[in-house]
Design a protein around this ligand. Structure first.
Ligand code: ZN
Length: 144
């Protein structure tokens, strides 16, 4: 299913890290949160329970694979997983590596800031992400 009026059908929705047959992983461009990834289901599916059991398994295997790579490479304070999807009919999971120095920790990234951003640490983290993206793509090959 493809819709020419849908931003997630017509664009990756971020920097494309890996494209599988049913799902893709992109890195979002979210100021303050460099290690912010999304696992985006390709077809128009609004709710997680619309997927078959096998599809749900595939989706969560990919989410877990992304989480494992982020943990191993970045040693975040916490990984945040979230599925909101109120804006687009593409089921997607946010996978965000959180750090105790980030502007919102321990609050959700969508909540009020807890402190000023630390641009040096954000830049140091961002500099590592091209390598992390390559490792993610390699780790996700089993689901291509
Ligand atoms: Zn779409």
């Amino acid at each position: 299913m493809n819709d020419s009026g849908c931003v997630l059908c017509t664009t990756p929705g971020g920097a494309l890290v890996w494209q599988g047959a049913r799902v893709r992983v992109i890195r979002a461009d979210e100021p303050g949160f460099p290690a912010f990834y999304r696992v985006v289901w390709t077809d128009h599916v609004a709710e997680f329970s619309d997927l078959s059991p096998a599809e749900r398994g595939l989706c969560m295997d990919v989410v877990a694979a992304v989480e494992r790579v982020l943990r191993a490479q970045l040693q975040p304070t916490k990984i945040n997983l979230a599925a909101l999807g109120n804006m687009v009919p593409h089921l997607h999971w946010h996978v965000v590596a959180r750090f105790d120095w980030d502007s919102h920790f321990p609050a959700p990234i969508w909540a009020a800031a807890q402190r000023e951003r630390t641009l040096e640490q954000e830049a140091a983290l961002a500099a590592r992400l091209p390598e992390v993206d390559a490792l993610l793509a390699a780790a996700l090959q089993p689901w291509s």
